[in-house]
Structures are given as C-alpha cells and as structure tokens.
Design a protein around this ligand. Structure first.
Ligand SMILES: [Zn+2]
Length: 399
C-alpha cells in the first residue's frame, strides 16, 4: 500500500490523497485470513482530518478478495471502519466535539451535513452498545423523564453500581419495561439486589413479574417520596392563594411558590425572616410545608424500628391535617410503605437519579429538543451511557 498521488483543488478547497494497493502481493480473505485472489477493485472515499484549511479526502481502489470458502469480500482498510465514509481519526474528532456541542453545532464546525454528524453519533452509540460487556445487573434505578411536551415521558434505566444509563424506553408502560427486562438473560435478573423507582404501578408490575423476590428489592427512594409531598404542598398553596384573592383581594402567598418548595436544609431559607414569618402564620400552606419538611428528614433514618415509629407519627399527623392533597400522599405512603422501608434498609440514596435527570434536561436544552424519541435515546446513551464510543481502527493510529 502506498500513497500514489496528492491533488490540491484550490477552487473546491480540497486535498485528495490517493492510496493504491500493490496488486502483485496476494491478499487474505477477511473472514478466514486464508490466501485469496484479487477479484476486482472498488473505488472508495473517506473524509479525513483537514490539511490546513482544506477538506481532505482519502481515495483508494480497495481490492475485493475472492475466497473459495467465503466468496467475494471487500478488504478492510486500516484507517476506517467497514462501510464508514470517514476515517477513524475524523470520527474520533467529531465524537470528541459531539461530547461538547450539539449535532447542529458540530455539523457546522466540521462542514458536515446534520445527518452526517448525527450518523457519527449514532454509529458511536451502536458500537458502544455492542461492546458493552454483558454484565449482570446489581443495583438499578428506573425513572421517567419528560420528552418534548410536559405529559410525554420516556423511561430511563440506570445502572447504579456503574453510574451509567443502561437504556431509554419509548414510554412508561409496564409492557415496555417488561419487554426490556425479559430481553436479558435470566441470570442478569436474579443478580439484581435493588430496584429504585417512584411509586408507579406500571413499573412495580413489570419488575414484580420479571425479578425474583421483587417485594424485597423494590425501593421507593426519598427523592420520589419528597416529590409527592412537594406537589401536594403546591396544590394546597395554589388553592389557598386563590381563596385569599377571591375573599380579600390580596394574598400573602403571592409569588411565594418557590420559597415553599426549596429544601430548607440546602438553602439559607430558614434565615430569611420574611419567609419564616409566613411559615409561622396560621396558613394551610404552612401546615403542608411543615409536613413536607418533616417527611424529607425521615429518609435520614437507617434502622427499621426508628423509621417505622417516625413515619407512624407523621402519618397520624397527616390523617388529622384536613388538607386533602396531603392526605392523598399519606394514603399513598401507607400503601407503598414496604418499598419505602426497603429503601431505608438498603441505604438507597436519591443522588444519582436526581443528578442524571438534571443532565438529561441539559442534553435536551443543548439540542433544543429532539425530533423523535430515538434521537433522544441516542443522545442520552451517547452522553451518559458510559460507552466505548471510539472506532476500533483508531488504535492503529493512537499508541
Ligand atoms: Zn475465506
């Protein structure tokens, strides 16, 4: 193999490097490595890293080997993946940029079409998924995240032990999750120690059908429990605010939505005199807030007995609180208490699902949305899948 020519086209601003095979040397069949005859040549072109400011193309008449056992096969080239239209070094450059910028941004930067840039991302993910070692699952988390509009969701499956996104499913139905679980070898499912999730019946159902002893392994973590109390609090606040506006024409609750939602443990909210004044007023919202705050701290318990006692007291308080949205969450906690206890005993933390969700929202913002769920899935796996994204032939160049 040698470089047989270099052509500079100033008008098109391209450099074309021609590579030719030595036709006197016998070739090996790419399947069995046995000696084979050259059948014919096929001209192929690859985009390579730019030479100065010029787009650089590698051109080669690649031989096709004719093997007695395997028929006619095109030889692999050292600088690109089979069927690729870019060299491995160019793909690696694009992949590195795709980690930092949107597909549209990378396409513009590298003078690619949008489809070409998206194709590089997609191939990288496909490659990574096929390389991913088929490891048994240990600690997983199942979470939903919003797709385009507010009420469209996808399911995100996380491997908590390895801190990666395993997959993204099209909806949040039981059958879809069950299909994904059943697709794995049985020993992957028997090895599962915990499954962290929200109190969402379709997920519970799918996991109970597929994972042995699911009743001991399903964990409703404090993050999701707290979310329900947060939503109930907001309903109470909105109702009470409306009542003030209708009867008094003014409301002390106006513009306070986020003050109540903030987790007081993380901010200096408690130091804010105004808010504390408000939270001490005889307001329904203040009562819902006190319950939410108390519930948030019950996740700190590590032992069954202490946790059961504290939750028992809180559930008694909730039953007497006369705030319907909060009482509804109380009933939910009673119904799913087994899974909340599982989470406490397993010491399952919420940090990972929360962090991944925030990163998924950032990926969405960077792309300004996705035209379909498959694109969304590709982007999440590309950024958060912990995949080996680089082309294998890259190792021919990088030592
Ligand atoms: Zn062969």
């Amino acid at each position: 193999m040698r470089v047989s020519g270099v052509q500079l086209d100033l008008k098109q601003r391209t450099v074309t490097i021609s590579i030719s095979y030595d036709t006197s040397v016998p070739v090996a069949c790419p399947v069995c490595q046995g000696q084979a005859a050259i059948y014919d040549h096929q001209k192929r072109r690859w985009r390579h890293l730019d030479t100065m400011q010029f787009k650089t193309i590698i051109e080669c008449e690649v031989p096709r080997a004719s093997c007695e056992d395997h028929g006619v096969k095109q030889l692999a080239v050292a600088w690109a993946e089979a069927n690729g239209r870019f060299t491995a070094l160019f793909e690696a450059l694009a992949i590195n940029w795709l980690k930092e910028a949107s597909i549209a941004g990378v396409a513009e930067l590298l003078h690619l079409s949008w489809d070409e840039a998206a194709g590089i991302q997609q191939r990288a993910v496909t490659r990574g998924l096929s390389h991913r070692r088929k490891q048994p699952l240990k600690q997983i988390a199942i979470d939903e995240t919003s797709f385009q509009r507010r009420h469209e969701y996808v399911t995100v499956i996380l491997d908590r032990s390895r801190d990666v996104v395993l997959d993204v499913l099209d909806d949040r139905k039981a059958e879809t999750l069950e299909g994904w679980l059943r697709d794995r070898p049985a020993y992957h499912l028997t090895s599962v120690q915990s499954v962290t999730m929200d109190m969402w019946d379709p997920f519970i159902k799918a996991v109970s059908h597929c994972i042995p002893e699911a009743g001991k392994k399903i964990c409703f973590d404090r993050y999701h429990v707290a979310q329900h109390f947060g939503k109930a609090l907001d309903k109470v606040r909105a109702q009470e605010n409306r009542w003030f506006m209708q009867t008094q024409g003014a409301s002390p609750l106006n513009g306070t939505k986020y003050d109540w939602q903030r987790n007081s443990g993380r901010t200096d909210n408690r130091g804010r005199r105004e808010f504390m004044g408000l939270s001490r007023m005889n307001l329904k919202t203040a009562r819902a807030w006190a319950i939410k705050e108390t519930a948030a701290h019950l996740g700190d318990y590590c032992y069954r007995g202490a946790a059961e006692k504290a939750w028992g007291e809180l559930l008694g308080w909730i039953a007497r609180c006369r705030l319907e949205p909060v009482k509804r969450v109380g009933r939910m906690v009673r119904q799913y208490f087994w899974g909340i206890m599982n989470a406490i005993i397993a010491g399952v933390s919420n940090a990972m699902a929360e962090a991944k969700n925030a990163r998924i929202q950032r990926i969405k913002n960077m792309a300004c949305g996705f035209r379909n769920r498959e694109r969304f899935r590709m982007a999440i796996l590309f950024h958060l899948g912990g995949l080996k994204l680089m082309p294998a032939t890259l190792s021919n160049f990088v030592t």
